[in-house]
Design a protein around this ligand. Structure first.
Ligand SMILES: Cc1ncc(COP(=O)(O)O)c(C=O)c1O
Length: 373
């Protein structure tokens, strides 16, 4: 028996074997290549590439040992999120989650039922689809339009008329960077009161297109906004994210999470990160500058690329994308191949870090692709 065969048997044992729900049996879990990344220049997960504020590190170091032995306390964290946002929200309008991934999971758990529809765009963030599938939902992915990957507003508007349970909009979209004006999102939500319209604003800091300052959740209670400290504040490893909306919606999605899903380290780090917005603002400004520089280099070198919102861009190598990906890896640089993704198959998604980091990437890329330096 080969090793592969053994692995397969372990995953599909002979009966008797307790059966999971059919949706789970047919599910392909979201998987990401996370191992062995530490020593590399990581431009593959759109993370903060320099780490969190020193205040976060200090606060974590100061945690007394006995805090590890007790369950986490969340007092004041929602208020700190609201103060950081500077918006007139109430604490019960903010849900705390173990990363935005957990918020997405909870949204589907609370709102997505078998046979109902998730309306979304394509290509977009890969975790929405398995969450819909595990609930037995149908998925209606509407493609971005044209060479500029424009948001398919008319088609989404029309599809909303058939009453999908959920609409998920990633703004700016990962991986195309497509931006949608907040007023348009409000218009979509107002026109579809039976649909929960979820706006994943993970990368909003890089565009400033948030719907939050315009949102009146008592008038549009079917709108929910996702925010995270992973990508800008540099807390990806600690897992903390927020869902902001009408208190009733936040309550329903919070009901399907565990009582202590966010750990004490994440809470301490979040307080420190939220109190040092200047650090995040400086990092975001540096990334936006590096994104502009990178775009100029690609344009000047005639490399097909697409850059819009977000701390990432897409590049279509001349050579075999898998070989370029591998050669970059050998040079100590990780990027994310978009192979198999609709519309952008053959591209590499490159996260944007600091100018120094992008210069290092660009030198390696030019060498690998045989471009004149
Ligand atoms: C669009 C989008 N939403 C959500 C997530 C997950 O965020 P978090 O790390 O807060 O779980 C990611 C991470 O890559 C993402 O790109």
């Amino acid at each position: 028996m080969t090793a592969d065969r053994t692995a397969l048997d372990r995953l599909s044992p002979e009966p008797p074997f307790p059966s999971p729900r059919p949706e789970v049996e047919s599910l392909h879990a979201y998987s990401a290549p996370l191992e062995g990344r530490r020593q590399m220049l990581r431009l593959d997960f759109n993370e903060n590439t320099i780490g969190p504020s020193p205040k976060v590190v200090e606060a974590l170091r100061a945690i007394p040992a006995d805090h590890i032995a007790i369950y986490p306390e969340y007092d004041g964290l929602k208020e700190a999120v609201i103060a950081n946002l500077g918006l007139p929200l109430q604490p019960d309008q903010v849900g705390l989650f173990n990363g935005v991934d957990a918020a997405i999971h909870a949204i589907f758990h609370a709102y997505g039922d078998r046979g109902e529809t998730l309306l979304t765009t394509s290509p977009t963030f890969g975790y929405y689809t398995p969450c819909a599938q595990m609930q037995g939902m149908a998925i209606e992915p509407i493609p971005y339009e044209g060479e500029a990957f424009a948001f398919p507003l008319e088609r989404i508007r029309n599809a909303l008329q058939s009453g999908p349970r959920l609409l998920l909009i990633c703004n700016p979209n990962n991986p195309t960077g497509t931006r949608l004006a907040p007023e348009r999102i409000l218009g979509l939500a107002a026109a579809a009161p039976q649909t929960l319209v979820v706006v994943d604003e993970l990368y909003e800091a890089f565009t400033g297109d948030s719907v939050l300052p315009l949102a009146d959740f008592s008038a549009v209670p079917n709108l929910l906004v996702l925010r995270s400290l992973a990508k800008t504040a540099g807390l990806a490893g600690l897992r903390i994210g927020f869902a902001i909306g009408h208190a009733a919606v936040v309550d329903r999605i919070s009901r399907v999470t565990g009582p202590y899903d966010i750990n004490s380290f994440a809470v301490t780090a979040a307080f420190a990160a939220l109190s040092d917005q200047a650090y995040v603002d400086d990092y975001v400004a540096e990334v936006i500058q590096a994104r502009a520089w990178m775009g100029e280099q690609l344009r000047a070198a005639g490399v097909r690329h697409h850059v819009e919102g977000g701390n990432y861009l897409l590049i279509w190598p001349k050579g075999d994308p898998a070989a370029v990906d591998q050669a970059l890896r050998e040079a100590g640089i990780l990027v994310r191949a978009m192979s198999g993704k609709p519309l952008i198959d053959g591209s590499l998604r490159v996260s944007i870090g600091t100018l120094d980091q992008m210069q290092r990437f660009w030198a390696a890329y030019q060498r690998i692709e045989g471009l004149a330096a």
